[in-house]
Design a protein around this ligand. Sequence first.
Ligand code: NCD
Length: 311
Amino acid sequence: MKRPFTSLIESQQMVAPGVQERIFELASAYKQNPKGDCLRGKRVGMLFYEASTRTRWSFEAAVDDLGGSRISTENAREFSSATKGERLEDTIRVIAGYVDCIVLRHYEDDSSQRARDLLDSIGCKVSVINAGSGEGQHPSQAALDRFTIREELGRTEGLDIAIVGDIRRSRTARSLAYLMGRERNRIHLVSPLQLRMKSDLLGYLARHEVPVKEYRSLDDVLGIADVVYMLRTQNERPSPGMEPLTEADVLNCRMTLSRAQSVKKGGIIMHPLPIVDEIVPEVQYLPHASYFRQSDNGVPVRKALFEIMFG
Ligand code: NCD
C-alpha cells in the first residue's frame, strides 16, 4: 500500500478513506504486542520548544519499542541554538542531517509546516511530525483521541461531540474538530465568548456541512454529548486585548462530580491533559472518565503512525 503520508503536519491528512482504519488496526495490534521493528536503523530527533510530558514520553517509548534510536531536546527554547538567535529553519536544516524523522513541538502555529517547506525546498526526505504547533494543530493527539473514542464507544460516526473550555487556543481541539468533523459527527462548542473557536475553523466546518452549535455552559450539553472533551485554559498563550475570564465563565466550564454523573448514559469524559482545575479530581474514579486510558493510548497510536510512515 502506498504511504498515505510521510510527514504529519495537520490532522486533515488522516481524513482520507482507510487511513483511520489502518491506524486503528495497527494501534490495536500494538496494544496486544508492544514490540515492532519498523524503526530499526532509523534515528528520531525530538525537538521540543514547549513543555511536554505525555507527548514526548509516549513518542520516546514508541521509538524504543520499535527498535529505533533517538536524540531528544526537551527544552529547545533554552538549550538549543535558539538562545543564540538561530532561525527555526536553520536548526531544522542542521538536525535533518543527523536523523530520519523530526518530532517537533514549537510555539508558533506554522512551525511544522515551515520545517516541511524548508526540507522540501532542499529536496530532503527527512520526515516531520507535528507534536503541537502553537495554537495551530496537534495531529497525533487527534489520532489517539479518535482511537480512544473508537475503543470506548465502538464507533466514530454520528456522535455528538462536545468540546469544552479554551477552544480558541487549544491545538488539540482544532485537530480533533478537523478529524472528527468529517465523519458525520455533530460538534457542540462550549466556551466563554472570548475563547470561542476561531473563525477559520468554523468556516471549514461550515464548508464541509458539519453541524456546529455553540453554548456558554457545560450544563447545556450534558444530556446530549456522547463525548465531553474538556480543555484547560491556556494561560501561557496571552491573547492581546482579550477580556479576562469571570468566575462565572470558569464555573460554566468546570466538570464537577455532579455534572460528571449527569453525562448522558454511555457518554465519556475525555481530556488531552494536563488537567488544572477544570475537572475535579474525584471524577477520575467514574467508569466513564476516559482521560487516563486516553493518555495510555498515546504509545500504541504513535507506534501506528510510525509504522504508516516507516513500515
Ligand atoms: C496538550 C498540548 O500540548 O497541546 N497536551 C498534550 O499534548 N496532551 C494540551 C494542553 O497543553 O492543554
